[in-house]
Design a binder for this molecule. Structure first.
Ligand code: SF4
Length: 315
């Protein structure tokens, strides 16, 4: 079965994604999923969503993809136990030790290797497979060529984001800590989790400082090496037939920080494209005009969110 999974930054967004064509939605518990608290759910909301989805034959996945501190492991495990008991279908994890721990305690759960594990090659994929993960999220700096390279040997289900970094190879999700150097604060929540505001890998959120307007100088002169990272990732279209034929069986729509209205439109769009491709059509050009429309709205909302995050880091 091929699954279309949407984002659930809020309850409204999650139910919208499921009602507009997704079989599955991923959500993040507050302080545990690399996003600002406004785009994460409190545990009672996660339970409500799982109950709501189960009655409609839908599935909820939990992104719990930060790296727990030494004193946070038992809290991490108790949260996974809670979600598994409520009926979540799987968890997305990036910490290798936690992947092995969850597999040992919860053999029934799907374990996705989060894109923030920073996979580079087939050896990395095998490392996580051997720890017990059964789904690998393909890095969004990869394309069809890299998928062709690894698909026969992966030994895991393949999950692909429906967007791709346009500056391919420059950004590796999960392996950048630069935001932490600009602005960080600690905040213990009611359960005892230390949320490092400014460090996504440790429970806070990234300030997106790579997307600021950088001006490097050498002495007084502008540097010719000023980085140009400020490109908005693009939603995919043309690659979808190849991805399906290469065995990708889970497609993930990003956007927990977007508006529920835009997420609903994107989910409905990809539902139609995926059904078209799964019906055996390899020509997706009939969707090109609508694709341009959702891409433009996506880029516009993303730009506004990035600017607000960069401004916080600069304060
Ligand atoms: S600063 Fe940029 S590259 Fe680094 S984690 Fe944040 S968004 Fe990713």
């Amino acid at each position: 079965m091929t699954v279309l999974m949407g984002p659930g930054g809020t309850l409204e967004m999650a139910t919208t994604a499921l009602e507009r064509g997704c079989e599955s939605v991923f959500v993040g518990p507050k302080g545990w999923s690399r996003r600002p608290a406004s785009d994460e759910l409190a545990d009672p909301e996660i339970k409500d969503l799982i109950d709501w989805s189960a009655g409609r034959g839908k599935d909820i996945r939990i992104a719990i993809n930060v790296m727990p501190e030494p004193d946070e492991i038992s809290l991490f495990l108790s949260k996974v136990e809670r979600y598994a008991g409520w009926g979540a279908g799987g968890v997305m994890i990036c910490d290798p030790g936690c992947i092995a721990l969850v597999r040992r305690h919860f053999p029934q759960l799907d374990i996705h290797v989060s894109v923030t594990a920073g996979i580079f090659n087939i050896r990395d994929i095998h490392f996580y497979r051997d720890l017990g993960a059964n789904i690998v999220v393909i890095p969004y700096r990869w394309g069809v060529e890299e998928l062709e390279e690894i698909r026969d040997q992966a030994g895991m289900q393949l999950e692909a984001f429906l967007f791709q970094a346009t500056k391919r190879g420059r950004i590796c999700p999960g392996r950048c800590y630069s935001s932490s150097y600009f602005h960080i604060a600690h905040k213990r929540d009611d359960e005892g989790k230390d949320q490092h505001i400014g460090s996504a890998s440790r429970g806070g959120s990234c300030h997106r400082i790579c997307r600021a307007a950088w001006n490097l100088t050498v002495g007084e002169a502008p540097s010719p090496d000023t980085p140009d990272l400020k490109a908005t990732p693009e939603l995919l279209l043309w690659e979808m037939p190849a991805y399906v034929s290469l065995g990708v069986n889970r497609f993930k729509i990003p956007g927990r920080e977007r508006s529920p209205e835009l997420v609903g439109d994107i989910c409905a769009f990809y539902r139609r494209v995926l059904d078209h491709v799964l019906a055996g059509h390899s020509d997706v050009s009939p969707f090109a005009a609508e694709w341009a429309w959702v891409r433009e709205r996506w880029a516009s909302e993303r730009g506004r969110r990035d600017e607000s995050r960069i401004t916080v880091a600069a304060q």
